[in-house]
Design a protein around this ligand. Structure first.
Ligand code: UDX
Ligand code: ADP
Length: 471
């Protein structure tokens, strides 16, 4: 295939990464037909929903899909046809942390990547550029290449690229429209470079070429893990400092602001919180830990593992603060948990700190009322059942209520916990909340979004991460 001639793209996996990424490619490249395929029928049905009730909540996504669905963007469960028709295939399937076997709890489960790759090899009847989009451990591209080459038909050539996605949920469309960088890794052979050029030309339709970085395959794979590990490390660093602030009366927001003013550090990703969540940070760091251990680099493994351990500590510490503050017991008390998603502006709950907090509160036999503006109820029940394997769902449901609004959740509550930084939580009618809560009315701000002085004036007892006693 000649470079720069991609005219049909197939994306395997219609999830949080594949869906928005390839929808934006379709919008920006009207001359390219983009088909997003997935084995999950209900997910594909939702992408094709006539009222655009899409399977994932992402600000701006609906407009993108409205702009090109049916024109050059298609969603289908016909994976084989998608593969056969495309000249470039993104593999964007899930890569969760392994739950059993070698590397359980650390290594990525590459089963889905392998199955998708084997499918490509089985059904492709012309040459393809195969692009690894899912976050994967180093050298996965090598395994994909081996599978493809060992199974290819006489006239089929497969070139593998790594093109990790750096979008963050909640801001995915803005991130895709104006990426800090696009990273493409390829083999440094003439064929590898030609494939790299072909993908570069796709992005060059809207991204300036100086932001498209081309590197070796393994550098690309490692850069994705490294970027996420370093972002998560900033949060764990600031969360570690938040514990010192609480013990000394300093204010973590002031400390982070002062530190971030140093242009070498910069102000972003220094917000203390109840702990980072999301599908990537923990998974990618654990991948890095596993990789380091496999390479006999135990000190390196221990260094990165501590970033995750600090995150676990932060969540534990926060639950304990709630229990301690409510006179050392929350048994039978009512706790309102505002926010279930792992961050604002997404309905995604993967690794959400909220799940850990609610599990801890359930272990203390509290009654919990949850409100989140986007997370579907069945997802909340699924996550809680998974987090509390020793509790049958019926008994979880006896202690947990999902509420239609923040105000409902706070009604008759002894304490209110902000777990996700949804904008609407800043704009709650606090007077009404106070009137309806049991007294003393405790507020725990796990996201540093509330106006503490205002709440204290109303009468709340307020605890904020990273601040000394502000009761
Ligand atoms: C992350 C990376 O940012 C993105 O580049 C990569 O492609 C995927 O992983 P995502 O997990 O979607 O994106 O969201 P992000 O904004 O990074 O937030 C991750 C977690 O960190 C959230 O729970 C968020 O609330 C938390 N966070 C973020 C903080 O606690 N403090 C901060 O300052 C920033
Ligand atoms: P991410 O956040 O990385 O996008 P998701 O779990 O949201 O991950 O999406 C991955 C998608 O990939 C899921 O919808 C899943 O059904 C799909 N998928 C996994 N394996 C295959 C496969 N072999 N063929 C087609 N789709 C697949």
């Amino acid at each position: 295939m000649a470079p720069g001639k991609v005219s049909k793209i197939c994306c395997i996996g219609a999830g949080y990464v594949g869906g928005p990424t390839c929808a934006v490619i379709a919008l920006k490249c009207p001359h390219i037909t983009v088909t997003i395929v997935d084995v999950n029928q209900s997910r594909i049905d939702a992408w094709n929903d006539k009222d655009f009730k899409l399977p994932i909540y992402e600000p701006g996504l609906e407009d993108v899909v409205r702009g090109c669905r049916g024109r050059n963007l298609f969603f289908s469960t016909d994976v084989d046809k998608g593969i056969q028709e495309a000249d470039l295939i993104f593999v964007s399937v899930n890569t969760p942390t392994k739950k059993s076997g070698v590397g359980a709890g650390f290594a990525a489960d590459l089963n889905y990547v392998e199955l998708a790759t084997r499918r490509i090899a089985a059904v492709a009847n012309s040459s393809k550029i195969v692009v690894e989009k899912s976050t994967v451990p180093c050298r996965t591209a090598e395994s994909m290449r081996t599978i493809l080459e060992s199974n290819s038909k006489p006239n089929c050539r497969f070139d593998i690229l790594s093109n990790p996605e750096f979008l963050a949920e909640g801001t995915a469309i803005g991130d895709l429209f104006k990426p800090d960088r696009v990273l493409i890794g390829s083999l440094q052979t003439p064929e590898g470079k030609a494939a790299c050029d072909a993908l570069t030309e796709v992005y060059a339709n809207w991204v300036s070429k100086d932001r498209i970085l081309t590197v070796g395959l393994w550098s690309s794979e490692l850069s994705k893990l490294a970027a996420n590990a370093m972002l998560a490390q900033r949060i764990s660093s600031v969360n570690a400092l938040s514990a010192i602030c609480e013990a000394t009366g300093a204010n973590i927001d002031e400390v982070a602001h002062a530190v971030g003013f140093d242009s070498r550090v910069g102000p972003k990703f220094l917000k203390a919180s109840v702990g980072f969540g999301g599908s990537c940070f923990q998974k990618d760091i654990l991948n890095l830990v596993y990789l380091s251990e496999s390479l006999h680099l135990p000190e390196v493994a221990a260094y990165w593992r501590q970033v995750v351990e600090m995150n676990e500590y932060q969540k534990r510490r926060f639950s304990k603060t709630v229990v301690d503050t409510l006179f050392n017991t929350i048994t039978g008390k009512h706790i309102a948990v505002l926010g279930f998603a792992f961050k604002a502006d997404t309905g995604d709950t993967r690794e959400s700190a909220s799940i850990t907090l609610i599990r801890d509160f359930l272990n203390e036999r509290a009654n919990i009322k949850i409100y989140d503006p986007q997370v579907p109820h069945e997802q909340i029940w699924f996550d809680l059942a998974e987090a509390c394997p020793n509790l049958p769902l019926e008994s979880i449901k006896k202690s947990v209520t999902i509420c239609p609004s923040a105000l409902d959740a706070c009604n008759q509550a002894d304490a209110l916990v902000i777990a996700t930084e949804w904008k609407e939580f800043k704009e709650i009618d606090w007077e009404a909340v106070y009137t309806n809560m049991n007294k003393p009315a405790f507020v725990f701000d796990g996201r540093l979004i509330l106006d503490v002085e205002k709440l204290k004036k109303i009468g709340f007892k307020v605890t904020v991460i990273g601040r000394g006693n502000v009761m």
